[in-house]
Design a protein around this ligand. Structure first.
Ligand SMILES: C[S@@+](CC[C@H](N)C(=O)[O-])C[C@H]1O[C@@H](n2cnc3c(N)ncnc32)[C@H](O)[C@@H]1O
Length: 333
């Protein structure tokens, strides 16, 4: 109370009033300054957040690019050569020479899951080549001089048998696979008249439009989950009009096969819990897994419908008698 009276009295003196005004003014300016500092700090932290977001976006983009280039080691069978920072030519086990075979066999480590005995490796590949040639013979006016591509050829398990006939038939053979190592093996051990190259997961084929008569692929569309439709269009682009596309796929047959083996680790690993829950293919299509390991299933009627959008004369054939649980799609450009 006394203090207030003294203050009031003091303000009666002009010097004291001026001092008070100066103090109030200083306090107001301080307040403004504090506000400006706070706003600047807030802006700075906004910028920092934005910078961090930009950094993360760049990081994500880099990861996406990197994963496109390095996805290969994440895919069970894919063995790129240039994943490591320093790349030297790969060292392979010696090729296997089998009497009577014009081409060497890849050593077991390069056989891509077909690592059984040499005789079985050869017999299996020959059986599938004969099957494909039958499909071709039934549908093409002539087999002479065809240009044929094995899409996803691995180390040439089937393609090698086409080469055996090629001297007679004058076939022009090409193999493509995303597994650079297998391609490198063939480059070293197969003759130059088998044209081989490393492909990419993106649907781009380094071929002219309308340049191939036949494209076949064994157990490849069974694992093309991403961009399968664009792949179908790209294969169509390089096929000549009237050319044949022959690809094995998973349908109801394959699902039943997996179900029959549902107690085995490889089957569970391939299809996870879905396999235990559904005795029959549970939907029109099932894409399971990711780039590194995936399985693609279509009901026959859906495969026919989808593929007919891009091809004509689409046929879905049941699995052959031996070796495989995969159905065949045969279609024409
Ligand atoms: C299950 S393996 C079958 C290999 C071979 N067709 C055979 O039957 O022995 C699938 C093959 O397709 C290849 N592949 C997968 N996607 C591919 C793509 N987009 N382009 C080329 N090859 C691909 C894999 O690298 C692998 O060699």
């Amino acid at each position: 109370m006394i203090e207030r009276i003294i203050r009031k009295a003091a303000l009666a003196f002009p010097q004291v009033r001026r001092l008070k005004e100066q103090r109030d003014d200083a306090l107001r300016r301080l307040e403004v300054l504090e506000r400006q500092v706070a706003e600047a700090a807030a802006r700075r932290s906004d910028e920092t957040v934005q910078d961090q977001r930009a950094d993360r976006a760049v990081q994500r983009a880099l990861e996406a690019v990197r994963s496109e280039y390095t996805v290969l080691p994440r895919f069970a069978y894919h063995l790129p050569m240039d994943y490591a920072a320093e790349t030297l030519p790969p060292v392979f086990d010696p090729p296997v020479i089998v009497e009577g075979e014009s081409l060497p066999l890849p050593p077991p480590a390069e056989r891509h899951g077909h690592a059984g005995g040499d005789a079985e490796y050869l017999e299996w590949g020959r059986y599938e080549k004969d099957l494909l040639v039958r499909f071709m013979r039934d549908r093409l006016p002539s087999l002479d001089g065809l240009s044929i591509m094995d899409f996803g050829c691995s180390s040439g398990r089937v393609l090698r048998h086409f080469h055996t006939d090629a001297a007679k038939t004058k076939w022009k053979l090409t193999g493509v696979d995303v597994s650079a190592r297998r391609i490198e093996w063939m480059r070293r051990h197969f003759p130059r008249d088998i044209n081989v190259y490393t492909g990419t997961f993106l649907p781009i084929l380094p071929f002219e439009d309308n340049s191939l008569d036949v494209i076949y692929g064994m157990s490849v569309f069974t694992h093309i989950k991403y961009l399968w439709d664009t792949w179908l269009l790209e294969l169509r682009r390089v096929l000549k009009p009237g050319g044949l596309l022959m690809q094995s796929i998973h349908t109801e047959h394959a699902w039943r096969f997996f179900v029959a083996h549902r107690q085995e680790a490889w089957a569970r690993d391939a299809l996870g819990p879905m396999l235990l829950e559904h005795a029959a293919l549970p939907a029109d299509y099932v894409y399971f897994g990711d780039l590194d390991k995936n399985q693609v299933f279509w009901k026959e009627k859906i495969a026919a419908e989808f593929w007919s959008r891009y091809y004509r004369d689409v046929e879905i054939l049941p699995p052959p008698e031996r070796y495989s649980y995969q159905s065949w799609v045969i279609a024409r450009k």
